[in-house]
Design a binder for this molecule. Sequence first.
Ligand SMILES: NC(=O)c1ccc[n+]([C@@H]2O[C@H](COP(=O)([O-])OP(=O)(O)OC[C@H]3O[C@@H](n4cnc5c(N)ncnc54)[C@H](O)[C@@H]3O)[C@@H](O)[C@H]2O)c1
Ligand SMILES: [Zn+2]
Length: 698
Amino acid sequence: MTTPAAVIVDAAAYARAVEDAVKASAAYYAGGTSALDDDAYDRLVRGIAAWEAQHPGQVLPDSPTGKVAGGAVEGDVPHTVAMLSLDNVFSPEEFTAWSASLARRIGHDVERFSVEPKLDGLAIAARYTHGRLTRLITRGDGTAGEDVSHAIGTIEGLPNELAEPVTVEVRGEVLMTTAQFEHANEVRTAHGGQPFANPRNAAAGTLRAKDRAYTVPMTFFGYGLLPLADTEAGPAGRLGEAAHSDLMIQAAAYGVNTTATTAVPGITAGTAERVLARVKEIAALRADLPFGIDGIVIKADLAADQQTAGSGSRAPRWAIAYKLPAVEKITRLLEVEWNVGRTGIIAPRGVLEPVEIDGSTITYATLHNPADITRRDLRLGDHVMVHRAGDVIPRIEAPVAHLRTGDEQLIVFPEVCPRCGSGIDTSEQRWRCENGRNCHLVAALSYACGRDQLDIEGLGHTRAVQLVEAGLVADLADLFTLTRDQLLSLERMGETSTDNLLAAITAAKGQPLSRVLCALGVRGTGRSMSRRIARYFATMDHIRAADAETMQQVEGIGTEKAPSIVAELAELAPLIDKLATAGVNMTEPGATPPSPAAGDAGDADSGSESVESAGGPLAGMTVVVTGAMTGTLEKLSRNQMNELIERAGGRSSSSVSKKTTLVVAGEGAGSKRAKAETLGIRLATPDAFATLIADYVG
Ligand SMILES: NC(=O)c1ccc[n+]([C@@H]2O[C@H](COP(=O)([O-])OP(=O)(O)OC[C@H]3O[C@@H](n4cnc5c(N)ncnc54)[C@H](O)[C@@H]3O)[C@@H](O)[C@H]2O)c1
Ligand SMILES: [Zn+2]
C-alpha cells in the first residue's frame, strides 16, 4: 500500500480514505500490523477531517474522526470511567492557546500543570482487588475494552501484589524498551515467527497474543489511579480529590512503576512557560531514552480543575498531548552495500528509498554486521521501519513483515573482500578482510599521518597513493626509512617539499605513545582510548605484555574489548618492532608504568585509580567540550582539548551524561549545553576553563 493522499478530492476518495483509515487503525490496535506509519495515518485522518469540515452533511458513520482509537476497536469489559484519547498540539503557540482556552473554560488560570513524557505504547487498566492484580483490560473503544489478563506476570513494573491491600485501578502504558524489543524479535524469529516492525507494534501484538510457546517481557508505566466500584468510600473519596502528581506518588508507593524511575520524570509546573521549558528538556533527552516517546502529556494537576473542565467523547479537556516530530517512517530497503573500512572491517549499509524524517531526507541506514541482518530477517525490497532520532545515524528497526509480497530477495553476503578480493575473516560478528588494515593501506596511512595521530603534514591521501603505487611504502614503518632520493623520484616532489616532508616525518618519531598507538588503528582504540591505554601502561612494552585481564584495568575497556585489543596488538607485533627500530618513540611522557602488583592485587579499581590520582586541577572530573573555543584555547583542535583535559588529570568525553562533571561550552554550543542544563551539570566558559587549567596550557 502506498501512502494515501492527504488531500481528498471527491466523495469517492473520501470513502476510500475512511476505509483505509479504519483498516489501518484496526490492524494497529489489534496486532500492531498496520500498513501505515503513524505520520502517514495522521495525515490521512487530517485529510478526512478537512473534507468533513467542508461537507458536514456527508460524514460517513465509520469515519475515525472524533472517536477513541478511530472507532476501529471494540471491547466487552466496561470501563469504570471512560479511557479516552488525547487532543494534540504541535507548537508552543498552540499550547499557549490551549492553556488560555482551558483557563477560560474553568474561569481562572490553571492552578498547576503536570508534565510527563507521552509513552509510546498502549493504554491498559489494571484492576487490583485487596492489593492483588486480578484483571487487565485494554482501552478498546474507550467505554469498554478487551480482557488481556493472560498477560499478567509478563509486564515489569506492574506487580502482582501491591504494597497495600487496596482495591484500585491503575492505568498506564504498556511498552517495550529498546532492549525488550530486540529480545522479543530474536525470540520470535527463532520460533519461526515474523519480526515486529517496532517496539510499539511488538507491545500491541504481544499483549493480545494468547497461548504462545514463549513469553517476552514488557514494561509498564503508570499514569492514573482511580477507585473501583468495590473501593471503600473513604479511600475512594481521597483518590477522587487527589492531584494527579500526588496520585503518581501514591502509585509508586504501592509498588507500581512510574516515570519517576526514568531520566524524564513527571514534574509539576506553575506556568505555561515552565511547561514549555520542560517540553524542550524532554525533547532534548528523547534520543537517549531506552524507550520510545511520541510527545509530552500536559494535564491540569488539581482534581478540582479537571472536574470543572470535564471531558468530551474522545478526549478530556484538561489534558493535551504536545506531539514531537515522528522519528520513524516506513520506506523500502533497495540494496545493501558492503564497505571496507580503514582497519579492514567489512560493514553492511542499507540503501533506502529516500524518506523524510523530521526534516532530513534519509537514504542510508546502518546495519552493523551480517549477524544483525540475519537476526532481523531482512530482505531486499522489504518495507522497513527506519528510526532516526537526534544526531544518531539512522537505523533500520525491523522489516514490516506483513507488507511482504513474496518478491523480496535474500540479502547475499560477500564471499571475498569487496575491495581487494582476499578472503574474509568471519570469526567475529564484525567481518574483516584477511588483509586487515593493508586491504586499504592508503586509508590506513592517511589516517596514521592525520593531525590527531602522527601529524605528518604533507602526507595526505594523494601522497599516500603515490608512495604505495611507487612501491616505496608497504606498511606504516616504511615511511620512516624513506630516503631523500626516493622522495625526489616522485612526480610533483620538489626539493623544498621533500625536505619539509622528511622533517615532518622525523618530527613524528617523537610523538607521544598515545598518538603512535592511535596511528596503528587498533579496533576499539580511538583517540581518547589510546590516550587512556598509553597513560596507564606508559610504555609500548608494558602494553604488549598485558593480557586481556590486565588490559581491563584501563577505564572503558571491558571483557569484550580487552581480548580483541590484545589479539590485534599481537598481530601488529612485527609492525611495532619495525617502527621501534626506525626510531619511533614508544613511551608516554609523564606517565609511570603500573606497579607489577596493580594487576593481580585482586582489586580491580586500584589500577584505574592510580591513573586518576595523578592529581591536577581536573582530578576525578569528567569533562565535555562543546561549541567554539576562544582566548588561549582558540587554536586547539577538539583532540588537543581532550589531551589537555587528560594532562590536567581529568577524563574527556564527547557526550553529556549523568557522569559528566563539567561542560566547557563555547559559542554555538547547542544540544550538549541544553542537556547539561537539564541534568544540572556545571558549565564553564572557555575563558573560565582556561584559567582553571592555566598551568597545563601550552
Ligand atoms: N499507524 C497506524 O496505522 C495508526 C492507526 C491508528 C492510530 N495510530 C496512531 O495512534 C495515535 C493516536 O492514537 P491514540 O488515541 O491511541 O493515542 P493518542 O496519541 O491520541 O494519545 C492517547 C494515549 O496516550 C497514551 N499516553 C502515553 N503517555 C501518557 C501519559 N503520561 N498520560 C496519559 N496518557 C498517556 C495513552 O495510551 C493514551 O491512551 C496517533 O499518533 C496515530 O498516529 C496509528
Ligand atoms: Zn580487502
